[in-house]
Write a protein that binds this ligand. Structure first.
Ligand SMILES: Nc1ncnc2c1ncn2[C@@H]1O[C@H](COP(=O)(O)OP(=O)(O)O)[C@@H](O)[C@H]1O
Ligand SMILES: O=C(CO)[C@@H](O)[C@H](O)COP(=O)(O)O
Length: 510
């Protein structure tokens, strides 16, 4: 039997999945690694941890599935986007990577937008300078760690480091490269103009590939560590959002995906390059060769729910866990006992600043409208509703550009909850479906590997592999009531912006 291996290098863990040539998942396996937060707002990881964990996950997956390395005929990679891996001329790691959720580069983003100009930067790259993106991190390194900057010879994104260890080849796909702020997204090539304006060496950037291009073959040493066969072809793959969209079949116009991971993303496919006039949406290359996509990114979607679980719901939760229950399922059931709108309570999900629609590292979260009747159930529901309203903000920007949507495909950990899926259908006003692939980005990476190795069209493979398994329709009455809450929600950020900034400054003042 032949299998394709999809690897998704996430923020908390690497997930590997084996898929057969008909698109059926044989088995999956995850291995976690630590997230370092040496200062408030910083987020780093050791690239060596990624590689060690990936090799261990592949080995364990093959054993679990009783599949031999020789049966794996192609490998694809997906990964957390934007993270900067700095390598020296011997391809050794210079310092820990700065991740997508790291917020230290606010000053560098301002400098970039002044140096290039927001409109010119948008014309050249399709995007604004946002704290998570890669180029501001390179400038941060130049400003704050010149000794590390002087040693740097190559810059990669997280999953590209893993591909380098597997194959010995430097490379980056267009989809992930779009989040560096150094790609001319419209023309799918590095922007020498932006690199020159920022004084960044273009030679640090690796060769570019489409997501289903074969970049290299598994090396002997990597084969020994992973259990894969030497010479197995490895495709470029893509950023986790592009791979996740491929994994749920968002490879044509009319279907949007909503990813409920740590971040939250509303994603649409574009046949031609499109950019938001004010660059509030990210305009990126898609994992489908020669195609593009736009997305709005909320930094703490599932992340807000996870924060709520970790800090304000610990007592019963220990019991739930001890009885083998799922803590998130317990919390969504609790939320369901509170009425729609949480009896006049709104939650702002800007716990780690925000990207879309408010590119603001100093935005902060909050509960607004508390009264004496509110219980933990109301607050839990308000958290889920606030995240959903925040995602609707991205959808508003997408539909305002003239895109017509007929269906939402939900993926990520939050998609497990039927209650949350119904809430999304009611708040967005579109049918919400889930598909047979629950492994999202890893499944998309396996599909891209199959496309590259078998020389099959990505969209055709999506049609063959991906099937809708569940559908919820918006409830008109609930939709009308949510609309009233959403109108209040969207008025809060402009009204509170200065207050949130003051609080953000006070939090770090000594
Ligand atoms: N049963 C569930 N119901 C609702 N939300 C859930 C459930 N399980 C997980 N989640 C949410 O999904 C998030 C994790 O999603 P995942 O796609 O695994 O994220 P990542 O890839 O960023 O690590 C959690 O933080 C939580 O908010
Ligand atoms: O920054 C982005 C997209 O622009 C994030 O989507 C990261 O790529 C990681 O997301 P999770 O999968 O961990 O939520």
């Amino acid at each position: 039997m032949s299998y394709f291996l999809g690897i998704d290098l996430g923020t908390s863990a690497v997930k590997c999945v084996l898929v057969d040539s008909a698109g059926t998942v044989k088995a999956s396996h995850s291995v976690e690694y630590p997230l370092l937060q040496p200062e408030p707002g910083w987020a780093e990881q050791h690239p060596e941890d990624w590689w060690r964990s990936t090799a261990a996950a592949i080995r364990a997956l093959l054993a679990k599935a009783s599949v031999s390395g020789g049966e794996v005929v192609g490998v694809g990679l997906s990964g957390q986007m934007h993270g900067s891996v700095f390598l020296d001329s011997d391809r050794k790691v210079v310092r820990p990577a700065l991740l997508w959720c790291d917020q230290r580069t606010a000053a560098e983003c301002e400098w970039i937008e002044q140096a290039v100009g927001i409109t010119e930067l948008g014309r050249l790259t399709g995007n604004r300078a946002l704290t998570g993106f890669t180029a501001p991190k390179l400038i941060w390194l130049r400003n704050h760690e010149p000794h590390h900057y002087a040693r740097t010879a190559h810059v990669l994104l997280p999953k590209d480091y893993v591909r380098l260890q597997l194959t010995g080849e430097l490379g980056m796909d267009m989809a992930d490269a779009s989040g560096t702020l150094l790609l001319d997204v419209a023309n799918r090539s590095w922007s020498s103009e932006v690199a020159r304006a920022l004084g960044l060496p273009l030679e640090w950037l690796p060769p570019l590939y489409e997501s289903n291009d074969v970049v290299g073959q598994v090396l002997d040493g990597a084969a020994e560590l992973t259990g894969l066969a030497p010479g197995t072809p490895v495709v470029a793959g893509g950023g986790d959002q592009a791979c996740g969209a491929v994994g749920v079949g968002v490879v044509q116009q009319g279907i949007a995906s909503v990813a409920l991971g740590t971040s939250g993303v509303v994603f649409v496919h574009d046949d031609t390059y499109q950019a938001d006039t004010e660059f509030r949406l990210h305009s990126f290359c898609h994992g489908v060769p020669g195609k593009w996509h736009r997305m709005g990114v909320m930094l703490a979607a599932g992340g807000s729910f996870q924060w709520w679980k970790n800090h304000f719901a610990s007592d019963e939760l220990q019991q739930v866990e001890a009885n083998g229950g799922d803590v998130y399922s317990y919390l969504t059931a609790l939320a369901e006992t509170a009425p729609l709108g949480s009896e006049g309570l709104l939650f702002l999900p800007y716990l780690t600043g925000e990207r879309t629609p408010h590119p603001d590292p100093k935005a902060r979260g909050g509960f607004i409208g508390l009264n004496m009747r509110h219980t933990r159930a109301h607050l839990t529901r308000a958290v889920l509703e606030g995240i959903t309203f925040g995602l609707r903000d991205s959808m508003e920007l997408i539909t305002a550009s003239g895109v017509e949507i007929r269906e939402l495909r939900v993926n990520g950990g939050g998609a497990r909850s039927l209650f949350w899926r119904q809430m999304i259908a009611d708040v967005f006003g579109y049918p919400v479906v889930t598909v047979n692939s629950t492994d999202g980005p890893a499944y998309g990476a396996a599909l891209l590997a199959a496309s590259g190795v078998l020389q099959r069209d990505v969209s055709v493979l999506c049609q063959e592999w991906i099937k809708v398994v569940h559908r919820v329709e918006p409830d008109k009455n609930q939709q009308r009531r949510y609309e009233q809450y959403y109108e209040v929600y969207r008025s809060l950020y402009p009204a509170l912006r200065c207050t949130l900034h003051q609080l953000s400054d006070l939090a770090v003042s000594k």
